[in-house]
Design a protein around this ligand. Sequence first.
Ligand code: NAD
Length: 471
Amino acid sequence: MSAEHIPMFAQVNKYFDKAARYLDHPPGLLSQIKACISVYRMQFPLKRDDGTIEVINGWRAQHSVHRLPTKGGIRFAPEVDEDEVSALAALMTYKCALVDVPFGGAKGAVRVDRTKYSDAELERITRRYTYELFAKNLIGPGMDVPAPDYGTGAREMSWIVDTFSTLAKGEIDALGCVTGKPVTQGGVRGRAESTGRGVYFALREAVCDTEDMKARGIQPGIEGKRVVVQGLGNVGYHAANFIQQGGGILIALAEREGSIFSDKGLDLEKVMAHRKETGSILGFPGVTRSSPKNGDALEAECDVLVPAALESVITDENVDRIKARIIVEGANGPITADASEKLLGRGVLIVPDLYTNAGGVTVSYFEWVKNLSHMRFGRMEKRFQERTNERILGGVEHLTGLKCTREEHERVSAAAGEEELVNSGLEETMVSAYAELRTIQKQRNVDLRTAAFINAIGKVAMAYQERGIFP
Ligand code: NAD
């Protein structure tokens, strides 16, 4: 069987099994951790705008309830199936464990091509899907908390919270039933860009490791790195933006409609504006080359490749043509297990999805905590902290006899608001998780993905062992 035909959940379990060889937990416990504990499949009717009725297929998988609530995005995609949802739910379990976010793993999906439905139809699909979850007790701030994923965003999360609040009358923590909401609907500042920002931190940590870079003959640092990004949605756009701000050069970008290349670097904002105006990145002026194939960018000669669209885009079929020296997995499962082995064999540094895109769930966790506390982060202490800083600076001026300018006063005394706190918490999470990964990688002499699985499985196993098995 070629790698392309191995179902996604089996691919995730291949990684699991590789890591499990380094752990000495009882085999039965490892099997339990690996299993997807429940998948709910639903079929519900949609009344289309023209009055016809269509049957819509949806799923919600809860991979592990070793911690509650479970957590995971909802994707709207035309090809999604039960296997993919289970695999993505499993990745959520390991991802949450890896970055110490206290949730079990889940994932939801609706099989639709969102471009073929009106906004009103998408709203009816989202609300009915939420109702189906509610009817089975599969959504709630202490139960299972969805978030955006491929094909969904803040707008869908607003519809979900509104539907849930309508159904769960009097539920005081209703806002915590879903994350990734607009800030005006209980969202947290920094959530929209959090996954992309996390991808940037992941790349920054990887390329700052002088030992790893030296081994590959690569200069440390993001500055000047030639970068390719596939998929300019929530994850890809923000990742590309932070990487460009950090000094990376975007030499190729890919969207559904094709790939564009520029040796000098593409201006992301201008490419996005062009796409908004024309509906395509193709035809962007001044490019070195363009291609109607969205896979072409993946094969560009570059330092860093960020696949940030969908799973299984690097397979047995194209792996030999991939020239990147570092691959930062923005999407979930963009490289098949066999292709991953081949790349590792060639010395490519793969920064795995489990870690790389964990910024989204990390900030979702902050949003959920905010919803349960019913208060914006920083609201209580910001002014107090600023006055304290001001008094300290006044003391320094008094002792030294020096006078700071007004701008210096403002800069030194400024205290963190919600966005600064969220970004700080995200950075701390990504930096410390990478340090854990590197320690395991060195101790065990394994690749980063195996180190990530070793770490995550160990933490989930610990939860089972400490709490025992019911009954
Ligand atoms: P999105 O829908 O916002 O963006 C995906 C983008 O990829 C779209 O712009 C789409 O047009 C483009 N695309 C689709 N097929 C393509 C192809 N063949 N080539 C190039 N571009 C293509 O989705 P997203 O939220 O950015 O999610 C992307 C990936 O990241 C998914 O694997 C998702 O599971 C993962 N992820 C998302 C989050 C999050 O917070 N949104 C968090 C963790 C992981």
